[in-house]
Write a protein that binds this ligand. Structure first.
Ligand SMILES: Cc1cc2nc3c(=O)[nH]c(=O)nc-3n(C[C@H](O)[C@H](O)[C@H](O)COP(=O)(O)OP(=O)(O)OC[C@H]3O[C@@H](n4cnc5c(N)ncnc54)[C@H](O)[C@@H]3O)c2cc1C
Length: 296
């Protein structure tokens, strides 16, 4: 097995294009355990972490660019990013441990194509775009369209995810991500729920996006839950309708982490809670009383 550490995207792509058995890696926190677990070794491992553009996190005008190989800790340590995308940041901060987060990347989390990948629902609710370098230059694809099934993506062999583009959130907008794991540390999600909410000046929901992980082969966007939230003030009826819609949208498997009916129920509960957290973040930022404060 050969190892290459290109410093440009073109060089990385040329290496990939020239070897059908080559793969790229960023943190290798999926690649190495998979090889140790018996997956055939690639003929070449191409390290993406020497390519500046893939490692940087920057704000250009109204768009954040998150390098596909940048470690998760580059997001959790970035106060400006975390303030605008608290939900995506908490998803990145749930991946493994500190050690894992110092290596693991959003590009690897997406392209590993696990249905339970934590950052993907949080990217999807924020309408993140994956910038993909290929033989015809760069193309921009909604993150929701990259993964096509467990372990499968729409990328060609010689394509590389360069970065994620995230438009700065509109005023009075925030997100939240919650997941349930069967243990307190280091496990993968039974269900993950990402929600982004926009409130109008009167406190009613003017826009909402909801996406679920670990409940279907790919991340599930839930338009019926979004419709239930929009126009409401997140009253109990609206939250219950959103929760029911999230439960109905699930197409989960039965496994040692949870049964189908358990996953459906948890999806509803997490959707409801994440919507409340996102809205409370907006209210707190705008100096209004949050639901938590009202309850205490
Ligand atoms: C102890 C432990 C705990 C973990 N906990 C969690 C968890 O809580 N939540 C979670 O979601 N995951 C978890 N994981 C899985 C893993 O850490 C994440 O999926 C991580 O984000 C993968 O990032 P990486 O950079 O290490 O990916 P890599 O292992 O480097 O790559 C993963 C896959 O993506 C491809 N790839 C990587 N970068 C690119 C790119 N830029 N363009 C195209 N293809 C690319 C690689 O070829 C490979 O197929 C855990 C793993 C371990 C070992």
């Amino acid at each position: 097995m050969r190892y290459a550490a290109p410093t440009t995207i073109d060089e990385a792509r040329a290496l990939l294009a020239g070897d059908a058995g080559a793969i790229v890696f960023a943190g290798a926190t999926d690649v190495v355990p998979q090889m140790r677990g018996g997956r055939p070794e690639p003929s070449m491992l191409i390290d993406l972490k020497k390519i500046d553009r893939l490692m940087s996190v920057s704000l250009d005008g109204d768009t954040w660019h998150v390098g596909a190989a940048a470690p998760s800790s580059a997001l959790t340590a970035n106060a400006a990013f975390a303030a605008e995308f608290p939900g995506l940041t908490e998803a990145a901060g749930l991946i493994g441990s500190d050690q894992i987060q110092n290596r693991s990347s959003l590009g690897g989390n997406l392209c590993n194509a696990s249905p339970a990948a934590d950052s993907v629902p949080a990217l999807v609710v924020n309408d993140a775009i994956a910038v993909i370098a290929g033989s015809d230059g760069e193309r921009r694809v909604p993150v929701a369209d990259v993964v096509t099934g467990p372990g499968q993506t729409s990328l060609a062999h010689d394509e590389i995810v360069v970065c994620f583009e995230l438009a700065r959130p509109a005023a009075r907008t925030s997100d939240a991500y919650l997941r349930l794991i069967p243990r307190t540390e280091m496990d993968i999600a039974v269900v993950g729920a990402g929600v982004r909410i926009t409130l109008d000046g009167d406190g009613a929901v003017s826009a909402a996006t909801v996406a679920l992980g670990a409940v279907a082969p790919t991340v599930v966007r839930v338009p019926a839950a979004e419709a239930a939230l929009v126009g409401s003030r997140l009253d109990d009826d609206a939250l219950a309708a959103a929760a029911d819609a999230a439960s109905d949208a699930c197409n989960p498997i039965d496994d040692k982490r949870g049964t189908i009916s358990y996953r459906r129920q948890v999806a509803g509960v997490l959707t409801r809670r994440a919507a409340g957290i996102a809205a409370d973040r907006i209210r707190t930022r705008n100096g209004q009383t949050s639901n938590e404060e009202r309850a205490s």
